[in-house]
Design a protein around this ligand. Structure first.
Ligand code: GDP
Length: 588
């Protein structure tokens, strides 16, 4: 196997070297520090320093080369060698809820999702591959925009092409716009699938106009976005969509080096009884094989078993291939970059370095962000959502924090991360939460019985999750609880007062004719005289011919008992305007 070459023209910045090695900047700064070099991200390292560091890290198959020519800027984080080979495109499907993402993936894969795996854990498949025209296409089942964005924050480029699904009978919706923005910021190519064209209300030109108003100009109209009308349900035009994916891949000339140590991204991880950690990886460079040692964030391991997305054993995974492996000692995190190293010792060392670097980072970042938030809280009246985040490994804590920050609260709620940490939820967390009226979120950690007792006693909320999206959903709904409720009033009817039988301090008995709508017990009432508002009351009972009834409708006359909070001097000819008032929880 050949070495991967990193060319250095004079010097290389810490940032550039970290990227070339597939390490995080903090890892690299950590290693430099251990070697007595205090460096910042933009600091330039000379050839010698860079080679010592690579040695120290034990990274194999990487060769430094002095380069005289000027470097050409590239869109991609890794410069490809001239030995790079074509790789399948990595495609994500996004769009508004119910516009047909799941149906599209299902039809493409000619499979049905199992909705009710009785009592079992529904296995979430995070990536698939299918063949079209004898070429592979990798599909990612996007795990929600927030989590996806967290991956991007970690500096990883995950998708080449984003398919935006828009229902032709519904047009562009908020999540469509979110998907467009996401795809653009992730620098992915966009293909639009105009779906549900079999439906009666489908209007393709209107949908295209809608899209073009939102920044996507159809090719047919002189723009640069391919739009394919499809019916995911009726399997119409899906071949055309796949053709367009391959065409886009060809234009982009998607390539990867295979003669470098394997590398890629963690796209899902969970624990399974009897297997330990089960981790889905997307290989982005090199070739991953069983028996090799890999590091991802602060976890490492030896690839014990490797399966393709259909669960069949796979000996070797090439770029753009999703695989499921076992062998990681701890769970790595969604979005972590993994890299192959030469032996267990190196793997352990790198994992430790990553852990230290992440700890330093979160320690220093925490102080500033929470201080800042506190200052902001003083400055405006917005609500504060206090959380403590605990995770099994540092990377998961970072992912949760990143994703929480990504929830858009329209400036109404400030997220205050009281503390973060690795490990099970402990006494200290509960103390802190009680003080600050805080929710403790645990990701892949447990709650010892004495701690949950303590929390119950102190009224502290602890929520633990194994799936990041579920955690985010819960946090979102907790934030929604903090929003002031919306008050919705609905007019119900009107009555003309024809007789007043009794007015007391807090009650009135009167009779009249319902002019419109109806009158029912429990309705609220505005008392109005010549357009002047006199006060509010509540209907306690409704009578017709001296019998209690459920309602009086327009045209009927009858009696009413009203409850008031202050005395209202009701008179003949006053109007009672009936209405209902509900408080509605607002959504984010
Ligand atoms: P998702 O929320 O975007 O994943 O949407 P789904 O795939 O769950 O689809 C939502 C609904 O639209 C389901 O009832 C589908 O059967 C239906 N649907 C999806 N694609 C089509 C289509 O091409 N034609 C019609 N008529 N219905 C569709």
């Amino acid at each position: 196997m050949e070495e991967k070459t990193i060319q250095i023209a004079g010097s290389i910045t810490v940032d550039e070297l970290a990227t070339a090695l597939g390490l995080s900047v903090t890892d690299l700064i950590g290693t430099l520090f251990k070697n007595g070099i205090v460096a910042t991200i933009n600091q330039r390292l000379d050839y010698e320093t860079a080679s010592i560091i690579i040695d120290e890290l034990g990274i194999k198959k990487v060769k430094l080369e002095r380069k005289n020519t000027s470097t050409k800027t590239s869109d991609y984080h890794r410069e490809l060698s001239n030995k790079a080979v074509s790789r399948p495109p990595v495609v994500a499907v996004m769009g508004h809820v119910d516009h047909g993402k799941t149906t599209l993936l299902d039809t493409l894969l000619h499979k049905k999702t199992v909705d009710d795996e009785a009592g079992g854990i529904t296995q979430h498949i995070s990536a698939y591959q299918l063949k079209h025209e004898d070429r592979l296409i990798t599909f990612l089942d996007t795990p929600g925009h927030e989590a996806f964005a967290a991956i991007r924050q970690h500096g990883a480029m995950l998708t080449d092409i984003v398919i935006i699904v828009v229902a032709a009978d519904d047009g562009v919706k908020p999540q469509t716009i979110e998907a467009i923005n996401f795809a653009k910021s992730a620098n992915a190519k966009i293909i639009v699938a105009i779906n549900k064209i079999d439906r009666e209300g489908a209007d393709i030109p209107r949908t295209m106009a809608d899209l073009s108003n939102n920044g996507l100009q159809p090719e047919e109209w002189g723009g640069d976005i391919i739009m394919v009308p499809i019916s995911a349900k009726m399997n119409q035009n899906l071949d055309k969509l796949l053709d367009m994916i391959l065409l886009t891949a060809d234009i982009e000339e998607l390539k990867a080096d295979v003669e470098i140590p394997a590398e890629g991204l963690v796209i899902e991880s969970h624990m399974e009884v009897g297997k330990g950690s089960v981790v889905n990886l997307l290989v982005t460079g090199g070739e991953l094989k069983t028996g090799e040692f890999i590091v991802a964030g602060s976890s490492y391991g030896k690839v014990r078993t490797m399966l393709d997305w259909q669960g069949k054993p796979k000996g070797k995974a090439t770029p753009s291939t999703p695989v499921t492996i076992t062998g990681f000692k701890e769970l790595p995190n969604f979005g972590d970059r993994f890299i192959e190293v030469k032996d267990e010792k190196t793997a352990r060392k790198m994992a430790l370095l990553n852990a230290q670097a992440a700890a330093d980072e979160s320690a220093s970042a925490n102080v500033t962000s929470s201080d800042l938030l506190r200052m902001m809280n003083v400055a405006d009246n917005s609500k504060v959502f206090n959380v403590i985040i605990k995770g099994d490994v540092l990377g998961s804590v970072t992912s949760v924090v990143d994703s929480l920050k990504m929830i858009d609260t329209h400036g109404e709620i400030n997220l205050n991360i009281v503390s973060t940490g690795v490990g099970d939820i402990n006494e200290n967390d509960v103390y802190m939460a009680a003080d600050e009226n805080t929710i403790i979120y645990g990701f892949n950690v447990s709650v010892p019985i004495n701690i949950s007792k303590m929390a119950a006693r102190d009224g502290v909320k602890i929520r633990t999750y194994q799936v990041i999206y579920e955690l985010l959903d819960d946090a979102k709904s907790e934030m929604e609880n903090l929003l002031d409720a919306e008050i919705v009033e609905e007019d119900k009817g009107e009555l003309k007062v024809l007789g007043v039988f009794r007015t007391e301090k807090t009650s009135i008995i009167a009779g009249g004719e319902v002019l419109k709508g109806d009158a029912k017990p429990n309705y609220l009432v505005r008392v109005v005289r010549d357009k002047k508002y006199l006060g509010e009351a509540e209907v306690t009972s409704v009578q017709k011919e001296k019998m209690d009834v459920k309602e009086l409708v327009a045209g009927e006359t009858g009696g009413l008992a009203l409850k008031t909070s202050k005395k209202i001097d009701l008179q003949i000819n006053d109007r009672l305007k009936f209405f209902t008032r509900e408080t509605k929880k607002r959504k984010l």
